[in-house]
Design a protein around this ligand. Structure first.
Ligand code: ZN
Length: 460
């Protein structure tokens, strides 16, 4: 036991703790009438309706910042099916398609939370057999149509069982997750957080934030969640080499071949991961483009060549180390070939890091969503037997930097296409699991604690 004789840190102690808290939760929730059975029945009864919402959202996929039809659809469902929730459109002038639905209980005995669903598609022509008649070149290749559906089903449940939801719940339908924080216009989460309306003024009382993402490779009906990093930070770099250029057949002992410098950079910088970072710490460096800036003549050496790429890490120290090494390799490649080298760097999304208490609360909600079957709720972490964090990035990380909370992976089946593939599609069978996860987060008496290493399981 390592903290007030409360939290036994050994695996056996942690399991015992989880089991006793789970039983505690089951009995306390049952006494309030919020039984798994009741929730299961609601989702069973409404499954066709909810699947229809998913199909409709899939057919109107829209790009980041252009989610007008999607916003209309969300708003109309909330108005028709969830009239007890306060529904508003547009968070500010930069996010006019955002939709917020707020449940305010008569007896707010539990701390307020925010549940988020991202709503944008990708500029990819879908090959899943159901092209969008409105926007054939846009496709929900990341399953955001499913995330929206899951959150709508949660709103639907909250409205129907509003007397059983004893906390303020903010349901945030967020535009523009796919855009990337460094892109013009930024990302939906960045704008929502930096402009301040979401968590500083309108809903400053929110204590924890939660979101889910459909996850290929994990069976439908399974979840993945852990404390600490779930997804990597993303950083982009552009390295420009400037040389002399000139006739391809002419040589010079001073060098000045920018293309040669660029190619040296791409090859030698592979050592950054192979030899320059801790083998036990996940990180990736990828060059994604080599571009002749000023010449496309086959008989001429370009005087300016640009190489671009991205790198991903799970911690700031590794990120800074990689940047330092890329600068060193660029300077070396430039010197070797008699050129000038210049590194431009832009920061993307930060690491998506679950707080310890938020992860624990989410773990319990997931456990309840699968009827208490522990084999279906997988821990995410670096230890053996756990699902491993991945180096893709996600703008929910920006909300998790403001508040405690958790980002949860929702199984979408294994063996199929991966995220961002043109044939990827959110599996309809996953809708009730995602919806139930949100419902259990909304109704759970568990809250994030003052000590970020544990959740508090007070009973309302
Ligand atoms: Zn996504």
């Amino acid at each position: 036991m390592c903290e007030e004789n409360f939290w036994d840190c050994t695996p056996r102690g942690a399991k015992r703790y989880r089991q006793s808290l789970y039983l505690h939760l089951v009995f306390s929730m049952a006494s309030e009438g919020v039984t798994n059975l009741g929730i299961d029945k609601f989702f069973e009864k409404n499954s066709e309706l909810h699947s229809g919402w998913l199909r409709s959202l899939h057919s109107i996929a829209e790009r980041s910042f252009e989610e007008q039809e999607t916003s209309n659809f969300i708003y109309s469902i909330l108005k028709e099916q969830c009239p007890s929730l306060k529904v508003t459109r547009g968070l500010n002038d930069e996010l006019p398609t955002a939709v917020l639905a707020v449940h305010t209980p008569r007896d707010p005995t539990l701390s307020p939370i925010l549940l988020r669903a991202d709503m944008d598609g990708l500029p990819i022509r879908g090959t899943d057999g159901t092209p969008s008649p409105l926007h054939p070149d846009v496709h929900h290749a990341c399953g955001h149509d499913g995330h929206v559906t899951c959150l709508l089903t949660c709103a639907h449940w909250i409205h129907n069982f509003r007397d059983l939801t004893h906390r303020k719940v903010v349901l945030f339908f967020q535009p523009a997750e796919e855009r990337g924080v460094a892109a013009i216009g930024g990302s939906g989460a960045r704008i929502a957080v930096e402009r301040g309306e979401l968590l500083d003024t309108l809903h400053s009382d929110v204590e924890a934030v939660y979101a889910l993402h459909s996850w290929p490779g994990l069976e439908v009906g399974h979840f993945g969640v852990g404390a600490g990093p779930m997804m990597g930070s993303s950083s982009k770099f552009v390295i420009e080499f400037a040389g002399h250029g000139g006739h391809a057949a002419m040589t010079s002992e001073e060098g000045g071949d920018a293309l040669l410098a660029a190619c040296t950079m791409v090859t030698c910088a592979q050592a950054v991961i192979a030899r320059g970072t801790d083998a036990f710490i996940p990180a990736a460096v990828a060059f994604t483009s080599v571009e002749n800036v000023d010449s496309h003549a086959l008989g001429a050496i370009p005087s300016q060549v640009r190489v671009c790429g991205t790198f991903r890490t799970l911690d700031t120290q590794t990120k800074e180390s990689i940047l330092k090494q890329l600068r060193r390799h660029a300077a070396g490649a430039a010197t070797m070939h008699g050129c000038q080298g210049n590194v431009l760097f832009t920061d993307g999304y930060p690491v998506t890091r679950n707080s310890s208490d938020g992860a624990l609360v989410a773990q319990f909600a997931a456990l309840r969503a699968v009827g208490g079957d522990e084999s279906k709720v997988h821990s995410v972490g670096v230890e053996e037997g756990m699902l491993k964090p991945i180096l893709c990035s996600e703008d929910f990380s920006i909300l998790l930097k403001k508040r405690a909370g958790a980002y949860v992976w929702l199984g979408n089946g294994s063996g199929g296409p991966r995220l961002h593939e043109s044939s990827y599609r959110f599996d309809e069978r996953a809708v009730p699991f995602g919806g139930k996860l949100f419902v259990h987060l909304a109704t759970s008496p568990a809250t994030v604690g003052k000590n970020p290493n544990r959740a508090e399981f007070g009973i309302a």
